[in-house]
Design a binder for this molecule. Structure first.
Ligand SMILES: Cc1ncc(COP(=O)(O)O)c(C=O)c1O
Length: 314
């Protein structure tokens, strides 16, 4: 079971394993919250044709940029426990939380707070990566998976699988070691580490706010707050004539929009259809990563491109 919109490596992995993809939809009208009723609907429907085993949650979300509340995480854990699902918690954006009042709650921590009935039984794997957060070391390919309550037979197979794989480069392993064991107060590197980390996170938060402000004020854009991760995922209105033109060109409407944007402005964003979205809605994903000064220029270009696009196809 995967969220829609989703990080497409999940649908690709499911296809690769010849497994069945079960979609549950995040609630765009409620800051892309994960809704338990929707999980239940997806599971009940899926059980008519397959035997769902795994529930995947991405928090903070890619491409949707939301941070789930502690209550939601508790509800998801209870749901997975009651339904006998293995829970995959993709928490690679755990350091990227920007919005006031939002906080990252790890599935493992919440699980252990819920008592032994849950923490001794629920099978949980959580993921982290050095490619996100404040470090953004994408090319070094380091990350980890922490697994709890894994069936011993499955653990044996998992160890075999890892043993036949090659390890990531030493640099990636060193970075991972530093991230999992960062400088502590009183140690020589601590002050500098703290300052640099905070500067990166403050700058990302500033960019998240700027994108949100601009997108929320473009008529035809509908944008949730960028609470975390590294993305904004606005819904955009596309005129019927643009949708017809996209069909003629053999593209999904949001792909058509994104290609035109790229061709005319050089701005590269990813169409919502790459992540999944409710049929008849159109989105794109934009990262908050461009430098602040460039971002302003880029957002102005994007805004006037959209206005011209709407006019052209109206
Ligand atoms: C939600 C999510 N999970 C996992 C990954 C994979 O991270 P990495 O490339 O560091 O393995 C990404 C990368 O974009 C992601 O967005």
């Amino acid at each position: 079971m995967i969220p829609i919109p989703q990080y497409p490596l999940y649908s690709a992995a499911i296809a690769d394993l010849d497994a069945v993809q079960v979609n549950y939809y995040l609630d765009e009208d409620d800051h892309w919250a994960l809704n338990i009723e929707e999980l239940r609907r997806a599971l009940t429907e899926a059980r008519t044709h397959c035997n769902p085993k795994v529930l995947c949650a991405i928090n903070p979300g890619n491409p949707t940029g939301q941070v789930q509340t502690k209550q939601v995480i508790e509800d998801v854990i209870r749901f997975a426990f009651e339904e006998g699902l293995f829970l995959l918690a993709d928490e690679v954006y755990q350091d990227n939380v920007y919005a006031e009042g939002c906080e990252f709650h790890s599935f493992k921590k919440v699980l252990f707070e819920m008592g032994a009935e849950y923490s001794d039984n629920l099978e949980l794997a959580s993921f982290h990566s050095i490619s996100k957060g404040y470090m953004g070391e994408c090319g070094y390919r380091g990350g980890y998976m922490e697994v709890i309550n894994l069936d011993p037979g499955v653990r044996t197979e998992l160890m075999k699988l890892f043993s036949i794989r090659l390890c990531p480069p030493v640099a990636g392993q060193v970075i991972l070691a530093v991230i999992t064991n960062p400088p502590q107060p009183g140690e020589p590197s601590y002050e500098r580490f703290r300052r640099e980390k905070q500067a990166v996170l403050d700058s990302l938060a500033e960019r998240a706010r700027l994108i949100e402000d601009v997108f929320c004020n473009i008529p035809g854009f509908h944008c949730n707050p960028v609470q975390g991760a590294m993305y904004s995922f606005p819904r955009i209105d596309l005129p019927p004539k643009a949708i017809e033109a996209a069909e003629e060109a053999g593209h999904a409407p949001d792909m058509f929009f994104c290609l035109k944007l790229l061709e005319e402005t050089g701005i590269c964003v990813v169409p919502g259809s790459g992540f999944g979205q409710i049929e008849g809605t159109y989105h794109f994903r934009m990262t908050i990563l461009p430098k602040f000064e460039k971002l302003n220029i880029l957002l102005n270009k994007l805004k006037s491109f959209y206005q011209d696009f709407v006019e052209q196809y109206s």
